[in-house]
Design a protein around this ligand. Structure first.
Ligand SMILES: CC(C)(COP(=O)(O)OP(=O)(O)OC[C@H]1O[C@@H](n2cnc3c(N)ncnc32)[C@H](O)[C@@H]1OP(=O)(O)O)[C@@H](O)C(=O)NCCC(=O)NCCS
Length: 207
């Protein structure tokens, strides 16, 4: 499954648009983002952090921080959406996704800076993730959220996800979407290239 060369893809970033048309840059996280990423999580409201991690944390614990920064390890990836604020590239959203090759699924979680919520960023980011999922050969993408997390449940529903019970935890609900579209209309330039290179390598590949 891992025919993608991450080094080749790192040079690409995708431009997403907020509902108001403002551009956001989406790219893999890099070691230089460490402080900014922690600042981003510290700046989230307590509720947003709780909804993201299903527990009370004030910042990423060291082990989790290392995992966030280790892009591609065990088919897990972190992307950040950034915009320029007062001359600084500032993180306004993040997403982490994992490819489960054995089930052809892509699992993800994400968050948006509270000051930027309600601007369509999660919607745009999920479309971008859908493209990445297709490029990786996933047939479904899914995420888990607290049953009490109405914003995420509404956002997922609006983006075409269906809901099922979580297999192990009654406090969570799983949202799932079949990936059955070619990613050509989705802003995910780097991963379209990846999909093309996979097709070239393996004519029988589905994406
Ligand atoms: C859930 C979350 C990611 C949504 O991000 P967002 O960028 O604000 O979402 P969007 O602007 O794309 O909104 C899409 C839809 O979600 C729903 N929604 C978003 N915020 C909402 C809120 N506060 N209350 C109710 N519905 C909401 C709406 O249906 C919205 O569509 P509309 O604006 O056309 O009505 C964001 O609130 C967040 O980061 N929360 C904290 C972390 C978290 O809960 N992560 C999920 C764990 S997987």
């Amino acid at each position: 499954m891992s025919t993608l060369r991450l080094e080749d893809l790192k040079q690409y970033s995708d431009v997403l648009r907020t509902r108001q048309g403002e551009p956001l840059n989406v790219r893999f996280i890099e070691p230089r983002d460490t402080e900014e990423l922690q600042h981003y999580f510290r700046s989230l409201t307590t509720r947003s952090r709780y909804n993201r991690f299903f527990g009370a944390i004030s910042e990423l614990p060291q082990g989790l921080l290392s995992e966030f920064l280790d892009v591609g390890a065990r088919e897990r990836f972190t992307v950040v959406a950034t915009k320029m604020v007062d001359g600084f590239e500032t993180i306004v959203a993040e997403a982490r996704y994992a490819l489960h090759a054995e089930t052809s699924t892509l699992e993800f979680g994400l968050s948006v800076d509270d000051r930027w919520q309600g601007h369509g960023i999660a919607t745009a980011l999920m479309k971008n993730l859908e493209c990445r999922a297709a490029a990786l050969g996933a047939e479904h993408m899914f995420g888990d959220t607290l049953r009490s997390n109405q914003p995420m449940i509404s956002a997922a529903r609006k983006s075409g996800f269906a809901f099922v019970n979580h297999p192990d935890d009654w406090k969570l609900v799983r949202f799932d979407k079949e990936i059955n579209v070619a990613p050509k209309d989705i802003p995910c330039a780097s991963w379209r290239l990846a999909a093309l290179s996979r097709q070239a390598e393996s004519p029988s590949a589905s994406v």
